[in-house]
Write a protein that binds this ligand. Structure first.
Ligand SMILES: Nc1ncnc2c1ncn2[C@@H]1O[C@H](COP(=O)(O)OP(=O)(O)OP(=O)(O)O)[C@@H](O)[C@H]1O
Ligand SMILES: [Mg+2]
Length: 225
């Protein structure tokens, strides 16, 4: 199993007046090369769960093993290193830097990894070609279309070749054509061996035939439909 969570709890601001229990007793397993969708209403805990799978922060309690490492045992800086090696994150609003070029946005994750400029450019250009956006390489990200932005965000998530791809409500700001295109790209990535976890309540995602598992999350608890 590439992702194994057991009895995970996440409490924000523990012991303070604004304490929130965002996840309760969450257990799940995701096999290498499969695609899972977490479906839930706003505030149900989807982003929190993706944050734990994505090694952004550790759980409050429970066991999380991501790509062979137990998160609870990792000090913060190792959690960050593990995230850089293992996770490609596609954010809801893509989080690209509008004044940087497409090429510079895509290569950002490689900077802390010490990959040299020539290698960074070669890798980015290969992805640009794969997603058919070579002609936008030198454009500022703020000056390209929504569909192009989406593919740049996917390319940035893939540049360091992570085994796990996470996408948080990836279609929330896309029309239905681009949403279908997004899911077609996820199918291709799955076929290439990537493990994918999506969080969404968009039927185009939650009813997608390529999903191997769907789980409902309500008030921080998982329900298998
Ligand atoms: N950093 C934080 N500090 C305190 N509470 C938080 C924090 N992040 C999330 N929460 C709370 O935890 C609960 C779960 O939030 P989360 O963002 O995981 O839900 P979500 O399912 O992703 O919601 P949405 O669909 O609106 O993005 C919510 O009650 C939220 O207010
Ligand atoms: Mg969220």
């Amino acid at each position: 199993m590439l992702i194994e969570l057991e009895a995970i709890t996440k409490i924000y601001n523990q012991g303070q007046a604004n304490e929130v229990q965002a996840l309760t007793d969450v257990s799940l397993r995701v096999a290498t090369g499969s695609m899972l969708c977490l479906r839930g209403a706003s505030g149900s805990g989807k982003s929190t769960l993706l944050g734990i799978i994505g090694c952004v922060f550790p759980p409050t309690s429970g066991r999380a093993a991501i790509a062979g490492k137990q998160l609870a045992r990792l000090p913060d800086r190792f959690l960050t290193l593990h995230r850089r090696e293992t996770i490609g994150f596609i954010f809801q609003r893509f989080n690209l830097l509008p004044s940087l070029t497409v090429l510079d946005n895509i290569t950002l994750p490689l900077l802390p990894m010490g990959v040299g400029p020539r290698e960074r450019k070669l890798r980015a250009q290969a992805l640009l070609a794969q997603f058919d956006i070579q002609h936008r390489e030198k454009f500022p990200a703020g000056q390209i279309s929504g569909g192009e932005l989406q593919r740049v965000a996917i390319a940035r998530a893939l540049i360091h070749d992570p085994p796990i791809i996470l996408a948080d409500e990836p279609t929330a700001h896309l029309d239905s054509r681009l949403s279908r295109e997004f899911m077609a790209i996820m199918d291709r990535l799955k076929a290439s061996g990537k493990t994918i976890v999506l969080a969404s309540h968009d039927p185009l995602v939650t009813d997608h035939p390529g999903l191997d598992q769907i789980m409902d999350i309500r008030d921080g608890r998982l329900h298998v439909p």
